[in-house]
Ligand binder design. Structure first.
Ligand code: CO8
Length: 256
């Protein structure tokens, strides 16, 4: 059994954890392939409503430098994690990266695929690849700029700048910075709140926000938003949600 990465599902919340403490949870291709299988399982299991990435002590100190060091371009292309990271990005359910310790390189890039990042205050984050003579290669150059803006992304990437959780929250890289001991509980509390929403409307909002970011023409993205919005009026949850408001009670969503 592979114990370097595990997935636990509890009360409709899945938690994926890397367990490779001897390498500060550096991500090997085997670990990423296993995570890929878990993502496929999550896509099949409609009961899972939120995904958390949380690994004890260190989120991940990057992709495995020891394996990459001798790669030629073809081998590096095979090693790259992009396909799996895009699958995580595309998940319909909300995703949270709970970041403790180091989140460097491919580790931070994994966190960037998530909808939310919650960091412990003294965690350390950086896209430090330029220190190794490479650049971020698993979505970092694209996603970091989307999340914190072009100029700050360039500052972090060009200078291999490492920031802590407090600074990450200040610049919008993290949604919250909490004490280390409270990290997983804080992520769970976010997941609980997300879980109570309609899965249908949440997935629609996620899709529409993505569309708005990707399509620069505001007319096109707002029109697509309107189409997605209108399509929700075919759902049970829209009827229930509005009825509940009118009847002054909590909605009982059925995800359909
Ligand atoms: N890969 C492999 N092993 C690692 C990694 C890593 N990324 N990080 C740490 N380790 C290992 C160390 O080699 C060491 O093992 P050993 O005892 O066998 O030598 C062990 O973990 C403990 O590490 P340190 O002794 O260095 O611990 P320190 O507390 O002194 O330092 C640091 C911690 C600062 C995190 C330090 O380990 C470090 O700088 N690590 C590298 C961080 C880094 O540069 N990450 C980016 C890697 S490049 C990358 O991720 C490319 C992504 C782009 C494409 C992604 C898809 C392929």
């Amino acid at each position: 059994m592979d114990v370097q990465v595990t997935m636990e599902v509890k009360e409709r919340i899945a938690t994926i954890s890397v367990n490779r403490p001897e390498a500060l949870n550096a991500l090997s291709k085997d670990i990423i392939d296993k995570i890929d299988e878990m993502i496929e399982e999550i896509k099949r299991n409609k009961d899972i409503r939120v995904l958390i990435f949380y690994s004890r002590d260190n989120f991940a100190a990057g992709a495995d430098i020891k394996v990459m060091s001798e790669c030629n371009p073809r081998q590096a292309r095979e090693f790259v994690f992009t396909e799996t990271y895009n699958k995580i990005h595309d998940l319909e359910i909300p995703t949270i990266a709970a970041i403790d310790g180091y989140a460097f390189g491919g580790g931070l890039e994994l966190a960037l695929t998530c909808d939310f990042r919650i960091a412990s205050k003294d965690s350390k984050m950086g896209l430090t690849e330029l220190n190794l003579g490479i650049m971020p290669g698993a979505g970092g150059t694209v996603r970091l700029a989307r999340i914190i803006g072009e100029s700050r992304a360039k500052e972090m990437i060009f200078l291999s700048k490492v920031i802590d959780g407090v600074e990450a929250e200040r610049i919008g890289l993290a949604n919250a910075a909490v004490d280390k001991e409270e990290l997983y509980a804080a992520a769970l509390s976010w997941a609980e709140r997300l879980k109570r929403k309609s899965g249908v409307s949440l997935a629609a909002a996620k899709k529409s926000i993505e569309n708005g970011i990707c399509i620069t023409d505001i007319h096109s993205s707002t029109n697509t938003e309107a189409e997605i919005w209108a399509s929700l009026f075919d759902s049970y949850d829209q009827k229930e949600g509005m009825r509940a408001f009118i009847e002054k009670r909590r909605p009982e969503f059925l995800d359909k």
